[in-house]
Design a binder for this molecule. Structure first.
Ligand SMILES: Cc1ncc(COP(=O)(O)O)c(C=O)c1O
Length: 393
């Protein structure tokens, strides 16, 4: 049987990156003493009022087709939330409700890019970006972050990557896996390139509510950027709602019309009871996300404090999110060898961060998605493994 040539763009390295995570989950399912720190799925349950809103909607018969673009009240709430964050003038026609950030990225890229186009991605970058861009027929062009171990975007490298084929720049602000939150001058540097070369910017802001060090600003709020920026986000991380698959695209109205047409022939709308839950979640964003930030910051400190005592390891303390990068190069192992060695010796699964791009090779990504006690135990195991490698206490 023959498949479309497009399928070639859907596989690739990022798919095998999950092997260790799957091995960790399988071992856990067999009852083995494994601590899984390889995925960004919050361990908290979704808050009770949100669940109640979904259940009430289901019980009241909210089980039918919905409007493809999303319910008016939810689109208004998303627009209002973004206006509060950025000061942008927005209304419901700037918003499309989608099945999470990933679906929003996929849909917007389908509407913006095509065969022969190039899209610049600041790397290290989230694993799915390459296939998301590849599925449009465009090519992802990597602009490596600064090589000083801080993983800041290198504005000169982005500028250098621009060619006559470039149509857009895809950024994650804040970034997974680095936790980097873009500064006003970095945002202005990227915006300046986009304006001068007439490019789209796709801004993945799924971690925007989880910044614990510094201030989040959206590139869409900069002068001349609203008309060329697509902001994509969801409640997955900020509200522990990964499995609900609910998110949004915020963009110029014309793009929303195209994405709406795409949704009509793909998703055909998001379940009404999930939209009702999301509406309830957005109404409680302040309280929910304040608590999440406190918890993740504490967990980050617990884990990084342990790793700071591990010979040969350096922990990059993130400014946001639920991950830390750990530099393992001094152990003499590659990150792949370190991750599998740690898993086999100590039962802790972490990801080889080179899956996020070559500039993160030599680093592993550790998620704070288990409670403090388990994280402390994971930290002790990581230290023990590092000692076993280096022979130093
Ligand atoms: C940077 C980034 N973007 C998008 C996603 C996907 O988020 P969602 O669950 O909203 O599709 C993730 C999930 O880990 C992520 O880290």
């Amino acid at each position: 049987m023959r498949f479309a040539s497009r399928v070639e763009s859907l596989g690739g390295g990022s798919v095998t990156a999950w092997d260790i995570h799957n091995a960790g989950k399988d071992a856990q399912a067999r009852g083995e003493d494994v601590i899984v720190l390889s995925v960004g799925d919050p361990d908290f349950s979704t808050s009770a009022p949100i669940i109640d809103a979904a259940v009430a909607a289901l019980r009241s018969g909210d089980t039918h087709y919905t409007t493809v673009a999303g319910r008016l009240a939810l689109r208004k709430a998303v627009a209002h939330q973004q206006t509060r964050r950025t000061g942008q003038v927005l209304d419901e026609d700037n918003v499309l409700i989608v099945a999470g950030t990933q679906n929003g990225l996929f849909s917007s890229c389908q509407c913006l890019f095509g065969p022969g186009d190039e899209v610049i991605v600041v790397e290290p970058a989230y694993l799915t970006y390459e296939a998301t861009i590849g599925a449009t027929g465009a090519t992802m062009v990597r602009a490596a972050a600064t090589a000083d171990g801080l993983f800041r975007p290198d504005i000169a490298a982005i500028e250098k990557a621009v060619t006559s084929k470039t149509r857009g720049i895809l950024i994650a602000n804040p970034c997974n896996p680095t936790g980097v939150v873009l500064s006003p001058s970095e945002l202005e540097g990227i915006a300046d390139i986009a304006r001068r070369h007439d490019l789209w910017v796709v801004s993945d802001e799924v971690y925007a509510d989880l910044v614990f060090d510094g201030q989040f600003s959206s590139i869409a709020a900069l002068p001349g950027m609203a008309e060329r920026t697509v902001v994509v986000g969801s409640l997955s991380k900020s509200h522990a709602m990964t499995g609900w698959r609910i998110g949004w695209i915020i963009a110029p109205k014309e793009l929303i019309t195209h994405a709406d047409n795409l949704a009509l022939c793909s998703l055909y709308g998001i379940a009404g009871f999930i939209q009702e839950a999301a509406l309830c979640g957005i109404a409680q964003t302040e309280e929910i996300t304040r608590e999440m930030r406190e918890i993740y910051l504490k967990r980050c400190q617990v884990l990084c404090d342990h790793i700071d005592h591990a010979p040969g390891l350096k922990c990059l303390r993130p400014a946001s999110g639920m991950f830390a990068l750990v530099d393992v190069r001094e152990t003499g192992l590659t990150a792949h060898e370190f991750a599998w060695g740690l898993f086999k010796a100590e039962g802790v699964s972490v990801l080889d961060a080179s899956a996020f791009g070559p500039s993160a090779s030599g680093y592993v990504r550790v998620a704070f998605t288990v409670g403090e006690d388990q994280l402390a135990e994971a930290g002790r195991r990581i230290v023990r493994y590092a000692i076993s490698l280096t022979g130093q206490a």
